[in-house]
Design a protein around this ligand. Structure first.
Ligand code: NAD
Ligand code: IPM
Ligand code: MN
Length: 364
């Protein structure tokens, strides 16, 4: 039996609905496997701006640092879209990633047999897809300075900077190689080396790191081609490693291989200190508050937490197996339902996964 303290940051929009679901699932896991999970709640994003005047209050950060892991829903919404840059919900998310040094964002993309008709892509293209996007999360275009607007010679000017230190590239590429070693031993490093100097240095470092991993194959791919190859033949990929913004864009695209954005979990890992687990999707203002969101991306993120932060492999598998079973039984939220299929709500989906976890425990 283990005792774990989990910081929960629901955030905005469907973030609230899906984190509530994930907490219920973790409570079912605690019951079945006799663990104690202590959940502590914090503000982030738009709600934090409204209540505390900042998207990442100090007390939220302190609470996360004192926890064993962090679960985050999503931030953002139209209410705050016109705010100045430092008062945007997204700034809170970027700040927590930076402050907690969460440099490696792992976004696994897995094909589910029962969702074969949910993807707009052909069955033979997506069948058996199993790839991992390793997205650099605390550098690159999102964080480089200078960034902002100014007037230069009477002309309105804007700048964002893509900046990396050698060590930052080395550690993310090394992480990708280490992960590939435990998988199918192939790394695709995605860049724009035909145009960007940052990508040329990225490529050089990837080659250097590769020398320490002779058992892993390295290939380079330009990001525009990678976007196309993900749809043409995704089975060619094992581990992809890439710059912050490239990884952001490619992972939303790759979610359609699994059938929906609502299916992809992620882990944001640090060199030291607690890690953070978050679905790759956003706050989905178009369906927020309607009990329609697919909670599976968040639930699978909590399974990643059990495995990667707590070493609870059997417990993580119990969640993943329950998700698989419930999908096989035909339960579908609206995003993955096809014509004529019965649609369940967020809560019904959570309840079904929860019941499956507890039933499986009862049989054992
Ligand atoms: P989004 O991911 O919120 O939604 C894109 C589309 O996918 C929408 O149609 C939405 O309904 C659907 N979708 C997303 N998650 C779903 C789920 N779990 N179940 C069913 N459908 C789902 O992206 P967006 O609309 O571009 O952005 C909305 C807001 O979310 C913005 O403020 C953005 O900054 C923010 N955002 C936050 C995060 C995060 O907190 N990690 C990630 C992406 C976007
Ligand atoms: C994500 C989101 C965030 C990102 C935004 C909300 C800052 O799109 O987690 O994928 O771009 O990293
Ligand atoms: Mn994104």
């Amino acid at each position: 039996m283990g005792n774990y303290r989990i910081a929960v940051l629901p955030g905005d929009g469907i973030g609230k609905e899906v984190t509530k679901g994930a907490v219920e699932i973790l409570q079912a896991v605690a019951t079945r496997f006799h663990h104690q999970f202590e959940f502590v709640y914090g503000l982030i994003g738009g709600e934090a701006i409204d209540q505390k005047g900042t998207p990442l209050p100090d007390e939220t950060l302190a609470m996360c640092r004192q926890s064993d892991a962090v679960l985050l829903g999503a931030v953002g919404g139209p209410k705050w879209d016109q705010n100045p840059p430092h008062l945007r919900p997204e700034k809170g998310l970027l700040a927590i990633r930076k402050e907690m040094n969460l440099f490696a964002n792992l976004r696994p993309v897995k094909f589910y047999d029962s969702l074969i008709d949910s993807s707009p892509l052909k069955a033979e293209v997506i069948q058996d897809v199993d790839l991992l996007i390793v997205r650099e999360l605390t550098g690159g275009l999102y964080f480089g300075k200078p960034s902002g607007r100014h007037v230069e010679d009477g002309e309105e000017t804007v700048v964002d900077t893509l900046l990396y230190k050698r060590e930052e590239i080395k550690r993310i590429v090394t992480t990708a190689f280490e992960l590939a070693r435990k998988r199918r031993k192939k790394v695709t490093s995605v860049d724009k080396a035909n145009v960007l100097e940052s990508s040329r240095m990225w490529r050089e470092i990837a080659e250097e790191v590769a020398r320490d991993f002779p058992d892993v194959k390295l290939e380079h791919m330009l990001v525009d081609n990678a976007a196309m190859q993900l749809i043409r033949n995704p089975k060619q990929f094992d581990v992809l490693v890439t710059e912050n913004m490239f990884g952001d864009i490619l992972s939303d695209e790759a979610s359609m291989l699994a059938g929906s954005l609502g299916m992809l979990p992620s882990a944001s890992l640090s060199t030291s200190g607690p890690s953070l687990y978050e679905p790759i999707h956003g706050s989905a203002p178009d369906i927020a508050g309607q009990n329609k969101a697919n909670p599976i991306a968040m639930i699978l993120s909590s399974a990643m937490m059990l495995r990667l932060s707590f070493g609870l492999h059997e417990e993580a598998k119990a969640i993943e197996k329950a998700v698989q079973q419930v999908l096989t039984s035909g339960y579908r939220t609206a995003d993955v339902a096809r014509n004529g299929q019965r649609i369940v709500s967020t809560k019904e989906m959570v309840n079904e996964i929860k019941a499956t976890i507890l039933d499986d425990g009862a049989i054992l």
